[in-house]
Structures are given as structure tokens and as C-alpha cells.
Design a protein around this ligand. Structure first.
Ligand SMILES: [Zn+2]
Length: 152
């Protein structure tokens, strides 16, 4: 069986977020049929909402589109390791597989920090695949923050 990655959809959203002046993180929810359900980029500044992370918005939109609070059989692609809050929502939504790009030593809550899915209070743990498209995701973030600091 060949592995089909949908990370390019999340990376496109991350690039679009950077254009909007948002920290470039993107996410895509893929349905059980392997087709894109919803994708989103970070919009915390635009929406004045600290929870408007890419994966949070993509999960909300996918749930709304399906008319359900659970995304059974759905996979999530995120360019950056989800934070603890998003990891909690990923568990609640019963995401089947989580694919993420760059590790996030500052705010990550999956492989470090809170390690949300390792606790018995986490009702569900997705299969996790990290490092998918990590280099491109990390480069977007690096370029974005370098741009904020201005030319040297
Ligand atoms: Zn988050």
C-alpha cells in the first residue's frame, strides 16, 4: 500500500496564514474516503481569539460540515506539533491519525510538554506520525519570525 500525504494542503494554508500576517501554521482534515473535508490556517490575530489555531479551526469546520462533534475515521494534517489545547480537541474529536510537521519545543503538547495523549484522562489517542514535511513547515516559521525582526 502506498502512503499518500496530504501535508501539502496544510502547508498551503500555512503559507496563506503568513500572507495574512499570522503565524504560519496550517491544517487539513481528510475524511474517511481520503478526500479533503476542511482546511484552515492560523487566525488568532484576525479573530482576536487565542484558540483560533489552524487545527482547531479545521476541526470545527469539519464537524460543522458533517453535523457531528466526532470525526470518526478522519485524519488531521498539521504543519506544526499541536499545542495542549488542540491535542485535547483532537482527542475529543476522535481523530484517527494525526500527521504533523515540525516539532514545537515552545508550545507543543504531543511529543513534549503536556504530552496530552499519554494520560489516562485522554479519552482517545490518534495514531501519530511526526516529521511529515517538517522542513518546509519549519522554514515557513523561521522566515516569518525573521521577517518580524526586520532586515539585519
Ligand atoms: Zn493549538
Amino acid at each position: 500500500m502506498s502512503f499518500v500525504t496530504h501535508m501539502h494542503l496544510a502547508l498551503e494554508e500555512a503559507r496563506a496564514a503568513a500572507w495574512r500576517g499570522e503565524v504560519p501554521v496550517g491544517a487539513a482534515v481528510i475524511g474517511p474516503d481520503g478526500r479533503l473535508l476542511c482546511s484552515a490556517g492560523n487566525r488568532t490575530r484576525e479573530l482576536c481569539d487565542p484558540s483560533a489555531h489552524a487545527e482547531m479551526l479545521a476541526i470545527r469546520a469539519a464537524c460543522a460540515a458533517l453535523g457531528t462533534e466526532r470525526l470518526i475515521g478522519c485524519d488531521l494534517y498539521v504543519t506544526l506539533e499541536p499545542c495542549a489545547a488542540c491535542a485535547g480537541v483532537i482527542a475529543a474529536a476522535r481523530i484517527r491519525r494525526l500527521y504533523y510537521g515540525a516539532a514545537d519545543p515552545k508550545s507543543g503538547g504531543v511529543a513534549q510538554g503536556a504530552r496530552v495523549f499519554t494520560h489516562s484522562q485522554s479519552h482517545h489517542a490518534p495514531e501519530i506520525y511526526d516529521g511529515i514535511g517538517a522542513e518546509a513547515a519549519a522554514r515557513l516559521l523561521r522566515d516569518f519570525f525573521a521577517g518580524l525582526r526586520g532586515p539585519r
